[in-house]
Design a protein around this ligand. Structure first.
Ligand code: 13P
Length: 283
């Protein structure tokens, strides 16, 4: 079933678990990730990033993912990841996305609040949830224009109250697109942010965070973890292995299909790791 963030995150925020938000780039990934969530009877968030919006267009991604979410036996959010342009946010809403992220983290605070508020007013009018970001989570590679800035707790109070967002992405040492799990998480800063706002918190750059830190984070107010690189590695490495083993084959669909079980396995591992140990499973 298709749901929005508010149907999952407030409960996750007060539990000892969180919901995995997995980047999807096509039908193989979407099917594998939904199958992983269904095998665990747990919800999942499918996130469409800027690369896919640029390649496919947001309408095509909505057209692909929304029917799959509706047909699923578990709650599935179709979410637009980091979006810097209002026009694309509105096209995503028209395309059936149940949730969007308007990323104004590179803007001055006043402008971030003002532009996020406008997005929130439109989105909420049609039942779509909005994630915002304060401070700025850097990238290990790509997106060089993104400047690293820690979230300032005092600003978080004002930003969350005045923008009206549903979930806040925070920068507490996490880094996007790392292949090794060694980001230094500032738990003291996270505690201060938790005192500054009551909203569910979001951690980006999950692949770069060591498992003991993920287990600690999911017990805090963190309700959504964005996961990308570890899934891309599982899928891509399996495709490479299959191609090396079968040099006479050439269909991308053949190799994608061969690699789907490896991706489903990794997605299930991450979804289960981040979930509450006590939360009753759906069904
Ligand atoms: P990783 O690729 O580092 O897991 O992070 C994904 C992400 O945060 C997408 O918004």
């Amino acid at each position: 079933m298709l749901v929005n963030l508010n149907e999952l995150l407030p409960a996750a925020a007060v539990s000892d678990g969180a919901v995995a938000c997995c980047n999807v780039f096509g039908i193989e990934e979407a099917k594998s990730i939904i199958a992983a969530a269904e095998s665990l009877s747990l919800p999942v968030i499918l996130a469409v990033n800027k690369d896919m919006v640029d390649l496919a267009g947001v309408e095509a991604m909505g057209g692909l993912l929304v029917p799959m979410a509706k047909a699923s036996s578990v709650p599935v959010v179709v979410h637009l990841d980091h979006c810097y342009e209002e026009s694309i946010v509105y096209r995503a809403i028209h395309s059936g996305f149940s949730s969007v992220m308007f990323d104004g983290s590179q803007l001055p605070l006043e402008e971030n609040i003002r532009r996020t508020r406008q997005v929130v007013d439109v989105a909420h009018a049609v039942g779509v949830t909005v994630e915002g970001e304060l401070g700025s989570v850097p990238y290990e590679e790509g997106r060089d224009h993104i400047i690293s800035m820690s979230t300032v707790p005092a600003e978080a109070t004002r930003y969350t109250q005045e923008s009206g967002i549903d979930a806040l992405a925070v920068s507490v040492g996490n880094v996007h697109r790392k292949t090794e799990a060694n980001s230094p998480i500032d738990f003291e800063l996270l505690k201060q942010i938790e005192m500054a706002t009551t909203l569910p918190l979001v951690i980006h750059g999950t692949t770069g965070i060591a498992e003991p830190d993920l287990l600690k984070l999911k017990q805090q107010r963190v309700a959504k973890f964005n996961v990308g690189t570890t899934l891309r590695m599982a899928f891509g490495q399996k495709i490479r292995e299959c191609m090396d083993n079968e040099p006479d084959k050439y269909d991308s669909q053949y190799f994608g299909g061969k690699a789907m079980p490896a991706l489903q396995y990794e997605a299930a591992r991450v979804i289960a790791l981040l979930a509450s140990s006590r939360q009753p499973l759906i069904k």
